[in-house]
Design a protein around this ligand. Structure first.
Ligand SMILES: C=C(OP(=O)(O)O)C(=O)O
Ligand SMILES: [Mg+2]
Length: 419
């Protein structure tokens, strides 16, 4: 047995300049696994709890020393000697040690850092890349990337209500080609914004954050950038949205629209633009809106639940039973352990729901989600724009994985065939 010999956490800094947890797990054979924890801005209300110190004298209250301390004392003591290949057992120890339903005692940032560092150590000790250690020899499907090139909402200081406007290079034959196509459109968009007198500053996920007022304006810029690059909007490069509608849903209304009007508005956007996927088109608490949206356009558009499911298997099961959406966004820190994440992915696939592996708006150089996307064969990933190293780290890792898989690698065709 290759036992865990030490677990150690530290406070590091993320892409927004906020502190986050990084964990090192060292095994008896000397192998080290390391993982850093991401952090959201537009968080779902039912996410596992990210423990912050609340001490205004450090990092404006955002320090994570308490979570670090939990790893270095209680968690380290509980896991020392545990078999490194027993990921499910180790994650159970974390869940039981925390003892709450939402990981609020030790912090999901503490448990996730340990859980992912452990699997990295175990893969390293087995002499395998993470995607193969977890996914086996059949893990050869590369995810179609959903690349966020215009930022709004909680991720940028501009007037756009919708949070993310993404491009999907559905015409690409390989992942590397998808990245090239995305990069070309990203640069064409920069040129078009500049030519229109717009600023080309970027938001939290590295997409442009121009002073546009409406989703239609942003969608027009993106569609024209696709065409200006020489691609056919829809057939070569399609569009995906994450309005993150929970952020602008108040008093039962979506700004100036009631839920019925809002659903009709989204359906109209799908008619007018080459949109193949909408995430959180309606708010997490608008159950009737979710069902109405799914009935209205679920047959012709992927509808991804983020805030409404929070990577939580129980919330997903309820949503499946109720007809909420047809796909789920997977964010490892929304639930706080690898084992629970994989269980949610399994439940989604068994129900025929599509799965999109996702970063958070606050990220680090950690690339674990790239490997998880291939390991699970989930088929899609969203990990930001074609700039900023916290985002490109994941794209670049997927390029490496594709190269390593060689002839056996394929790029998920699901969104391609929908066009
Ligand atoms: C990535 C997202 O943003 P955040 O991490 O802020 O929740 C999202 O909403 O899908
Ligand atoms: Mg979202």
């Amino acid at each position: 047995m290759n036992a865990i010999s030490s677990v150690h956490a530290r406070e590091i800094i993320d892409s927004r300049g906020n502190p986050t947890v990084e964990v090192d797990v060292v095994l008896a054979d000397g192998t080290r696994g390391r993982a850093a924890v991401p952090s959201g801005a537009s968080t779902g209300t039912r996410e596992a709890v990210e423990l912050r110190d609340g001490d205004p004298g450090r990092y404006h209250g955002k320090g994570v020393r308490r979570a670090v301390e939990a790893v270095n004392t209680e968690i380290a003591a509980a896991l020392k000697g545990h078999d490194a290949t027993d990921q499910a057992g180790a994650d159970r120890v974390l869940i039981e040690l925390d003892g709450t339903a939402d990981k609020s005692r030790l912090g999901a940032n503490a448990t996730l850092g340990v859980s992912l560092a452990l699997v990295r150590a175990a893969a390293g000790s087995a002499g395998q890349p993470l995607y193969r250690y977890l996914g086996g020899a059949d893990a050869t499907l590369l995810p179609m990337p959903l690349m966020n090139i215009v930022n709004g909402g909680a991720h940028a200081d501009n007037p756009l209500d919708f949070q993310e406007f993404m491009i999907v290079p559905v015409g690409a034959g390989t992942f590397a080609e998808a990245v090239r196509m995305g990069s070309e459109v990203f640069h064409a968009l920069r040129g078009a914004l500049r030519a229109a007198g717009q600023n080309t500053n970027v938001g939290d996920e590295g997409g442009f954050a121009p002073d546009l007022r409406t989703a239609e304006e942003a969608l027009t810029f993106v569609t024209e950038a696709i065409a200006a690059t020489g691609y056919r909007p829809g057939a070569d490069v399609a569009i995906a949205l994450d309005p993150a509608a929970s952020e602008f849903y108040q008093g039962g209304r979506y700004l100036h629209r009631d839920p019925g009007e809002h659903v009709a508005y989204l359906a109209g956007l799908v008619d007018a633009f080459p949109i193949v996927s909408i995430e959180d088109g309606v708010a997490q608490d608008d159950h009737a809106g979710w069902v109405a949206l799914t009935r209205a356009i679920g047959g012709r558009c992927q509808l991804v639940g983020d805030d409404v499911f929070c990577t939580n298997e129980a919330l997903l099961r309820q949503g499946i039973a109720d007809g909420v959406g047809n796909a789920i966004l997977i964010k490892v820190n929304q639930i706080g352990t690898l084992t629970e994440t994989l269980a949610t992915v399994g439940t989604a696939r068994a129900a025929g729901y599509r799965v999109v592996m996702s970063h958070r708006s606050g990220e680090t150089e950690d690339t674990t989600i790239a490997d998880l996307a291939v390991a699970t064969g989930c088929g899609q990933i969203k990990t930001g724009s074609l700039s900023r190293s916290d985002r490109t780290a994941k794209y670049n890792q997927l390029i490496r994985i594709e190269e390593e898989l060689g002839e056996r690698a394929t790029l998920d065709p699901y969104l391609r065939v929908r066009v």
